[in-house]
Design a protein around this ligand. Structure first.
Ligand SMILES: NC(=O)c1ccc[n+]([C@@H]2O[C@H](COP(=O)([O-])OP(=O)(O)OC[C@H]3O[C@@H](n4cnc5c(N)ncnc54)[C@H](O)[C@@H]3O)[C@@H](O)[C@H]2O)c1
Length: 357
């Protein structure tokens, strides 16, 4: 069988990961790489079999007509890139989380994708880690009883981390659909970041199977002392009638079950997670199972994230699914207190607290 041809746009950190692992998988052939920074192309190309290079994604997509259009650019140009993927007739469009920064943009992305038959994958690839899968297995086996709560905590800010927390916790709850969301937010420093977000957002989700979701993301979230590395300080888990099971992104997992305490190793590593993530794209393209990181699941989580912002800005419970597009960052900017964030960890000061003048 001929390999699926791939164009990867954005040769930064994640674009290189994607291109490297497409290149390593015999079911794919990287035919093009694109970046507005030509130096990154020259640096990356030799290790990728010297594919075509260029700085204009639209022109390259039109010319190469790839089977897979993959883009790993920063979050502010999602609909523009999705439109290129749709127009070049790709069979699969793969892109990075978060789906978008606002629901106005997310709805645009969804509407564009609805005009296409392309399969769509969003990169919530941490779930391929052995520790994430161990937690899912314990929960799915019924060892913590009937799940009543899922949760996620991270020290990093929302546009980086919240979509991961929501996606994996929703996986632990079999992607039961969210019905309403209520939240609060504090700290405006990251509202102007490339990954624009409130500095700290915390909220509750009611899922249609009765399970409660509880999330805290950003500088006010509690420590995850099981993990040393700041970005890896994430606790994602589920509690049930007979125990709990949780993964620590940077350091293993633990479960208290009806059969005793279970635990194991594991740490998020891109080169460990990407091969399975990429292989599942080939399998889906071949007619196999829907990719676990499919757009439908990612979009459901994205709506939770946007609803947390809306609730934090306007108060009350936000009912899902969202019918209209809003610039949540704009309404947060207007509504939020300017009081500086009270950080939990000293280490977080460099990210969330203005330098002393
Ligand atoms: N899934 C994960 O675990 C994970 C981890 C880190 C980052 N991310 C996400 O990946 C995305 C990219 O992050 P990154 O760390 O790789 O960023 P990065 O800044 O390293 O790379 C982005 C690249 O896109 C290029 N670019 C920008 N505009 C372009 C355009 N119009 N056409 C072509 N190239 C363009 C930039 O020059 C840059 O090289 C973000 O959405 C981020 O949230 C995901």
């Amino acid at each position: 069988m001929n390999p699926y041809t791939v164009l990867v746009v954005g040769m930064g950190k994640r674009g290189k990961h994607h291109a490297t692992h497409f290149h390593a998988n015999p079911r794919f052939k990287v035919v093009g790489i694109c970046d507005i920074d030509a130096a990154k192309l020259a640096e990356a190309a030799p290790a990728l079999g010297n594919p075509r290079t260029g700085t204009d994604a639209r022109a390259m997509a039109r010319e190469l007509e790839p089977d897979v259009f993959c883009f790993c650019t920063l979050p502010h140009i999602r609909s523009e890139m999705v439109e290129i993927g749709v127009n070049c007739g790709a069979d699969l469009i793969a892109f990075e989380k978060p789906v978008a920064l606002t629901s106005a943009e997310g709805l645009k992305v969804k509407a564009l994708l609805a005009t296409s038959k392309a399969k769509v994958v969003v990169s919530h690839q941490h779930r391929y880690g052995v520790h994430y899968r161990a937690v899912k297995d314990v929960i799915a086996a019924g060892s913590i009883g009937s799940v009543h709560t899922v949760y996620g905590i991270a020290a990093g800010w929302a546009a980086h981390m919240l979509s991961h927390l929501i996606d994996y916790s929703m996986w632990f709850n079999d992607y039961s659909r969210p019905q309403w969301v209520m939240a609060q937010a504090a700290g405006t420093r990251k509202l102007t970041d490339a990954h624009a977000s409130p500095d700290y957002v915390a909220g509750f989700v009611h899922f249609s199977n009765g399970v409660r979701g509880v999330y805290e993301c950003g500088g006010g979230a509690p420590d995850v002392p099981e993990v040393e590395r700041w970005w890896g300080k994430n606790r994602i888990g589920a509690a049930g009638t007979e125990g709990y099971a949780e993964v620590y992104t940077g350091n293993g997992w633990k479960a208290v079950t009806r059969n005793g305490i279970l635990k194991g190793d594991g740490a998020m590593a891109y080169d460990q997670d990407m091969p399975g993530y990429i292989q599942d794209m080939a399998d889906w393209l071949d007619g196999g199972n829907v990719h676990p990181c499919c757009f439908d699941n990612a979009y459901a989580g994205f709506e939770v994230m946007m609803s947390m912002y809306r609730s934090a800005a306007g108060g009350g419970q936000v009912v899902l699914p969202l019918a209209d597009g809003v610039n949540e960052l704009g309404i947060l900017e207007k509504a939020m207190s300017r009081a500086p964030l009270q950080v939990t960890l000293e280490e977080s000061r460099k990210e969330y607290c203005q330098p002393a003048t």
